[in-house]
Write a protein that binds this ligand. Structure first.
Ligand code: DAH
Length: 341
């Protein structure tokens, strides 16, 4: 019996050491130490041994049982550790790898320019006014001294929603909306940046584009106020050397009206391809607010005068950044847009 126990001990020991999984160990445990296991069977059969053999065999059997179960425990721990390491190796994170680049967005060049324009006028005491992009015929044309069938409506071919509702063709209706709200109080000193729409589409015209409108109304406002303000604007936007000049023009809502040119940003006034050798570049339309417009919006034209202007934001941005095709702003080509962080 002693020899049998020693053999079992040896055999089981070998199996435990070479067991590769916890499952194998469990089976070994059952085979030797389980209810019907070999050691258990021997301990149960003690009654059949000669009385003098019992203590000897008994204690040997107990020792083997304890040794084996200890070996199983420690092998279990070993296997757990192996497993843990394996998992760690599999899930390892290399913290020294370079990160994935995060794409941050950029502001659109037109947003940047609009903000710069606004900054300059805010600095001069203007505030910002807004109006709807879907506008009534009244605000877009009628109240700006452009009655039905006025030939000047043809300059602004429009998108109509109903015969009396359209996408605004300019930011000038915000002038009227502001005056209606403020009259007969003065002064009015606003700019109105925003989107406008016209049925045009070529290298220099887009069906949607941006304008910044300006309006000042008070007592004793004159053309020199307009010119001084726009000179200051041109110099802050394009540099202290800029000059402006007013060229007589026509708009139904101003009298007199003027196109405003500034010295060419490319050649500084000497003459080049961009300014068609004139040394000047047109940047906006302007004039003294027409008495009819003042009266329709609630101001007494005998008491109040005002000036107004409207500039194209795309135009300013093209000059500022040296962009030669207006469509560049709207094709959403990242290679172009990302240059203006
Ligand atoms: N609204 C005109 C346009 O879109 C631009 C303009 C001209 C605005 C003269 C004005 C102005 O306020 O006084 O063509």
């Amino acid at each position: 019996m002693e020899q049998k126990l020693n053999e079992i001990s040896l055999q089981a020991g070998r199996e435990i050491i070479t067991a590769a999984t916890q499952e194998e160990l469990r089976q070994i445990q059952v085979r030797y130490l389980g209810k019907k296991g070999e050691i258990t069977t021997i301990l149960r059969g003690m009654g059949q041994l000669a009385p003098e053999q019992r203590p000897l065999v008994g204690s040997l059997a107990n020792r083997v049982r304890d040794e084996l179960s200890e070996m199983i425990d420690s092998r279990t721990e070993e296997l757990k550790e192996v497993l843990r390491r394996q998992r760690m190796a599999e899930q390892r994170v290399d913290v020294t790898l370079p990160g994935r680049p995060v794409n941050i967005g950029y502001r659109h060049p037109l947003s940047i320019i609009m903000e710069q324009i606004a900054e300059i006028f805010l600095g001069l005491g203007f505030t910002i006014a807004e109006g709807p992009e879907i506008e009534s015929d009244y605000y877009n044309f009628e109240a700006l001294n452009l009655p039905q069938d006025h030939p000047a409506r043809e300059m602004q071919d429009s998108f109509y929603i109903r015969p009396d509702i359209l996408l605004r063709t300019h930011t000038s209706p915000v002038q009227v909306r502001t005056m209606e709200k403020t009259a007969p109080q003065a002064p009015v000193r606003i700019i109105a940046p925003g989107k406008v729409y016209r049925r045009d589409d070529d290298a220099t015209h887009s069906p949607m584009f941006h304008q910044v409108e300006g309006l000042v109304i008070d007592r004793n406002i004159s053309l020199s106020d307009l010119k001084g303000t726009l000179l200051l604007f041109a110099q802050q936007m394009f540099g202290a050397k800029q000059q402006v000049r007013l060229r007589p023009s026509f708009f139904p809502f101003t009298e007199p009206s003027a196109e405003v040119d500034m010295s060419c940003v490319m050649c500084g006034g000497g003459g080049c391809r961009v300014c068609k050798d004139s040394g000047w570049i047109e940047i906006l339309g302007s004039g003294m607010v027409h008495p009819n417009v003042l009266a329709m919006s609630g101001y007494d034209p005998e008491e109040f005068t005002g000036y107004a202007f409207g500039m194209g934001v795309e135009r300013i941005a093209m000059l500022k950044y040296g962009i030669d095709d207006l469509r560049q702003f709207f094709t959403n080509d990242f290679r172009m847009l990302r240059q203006f962080r």
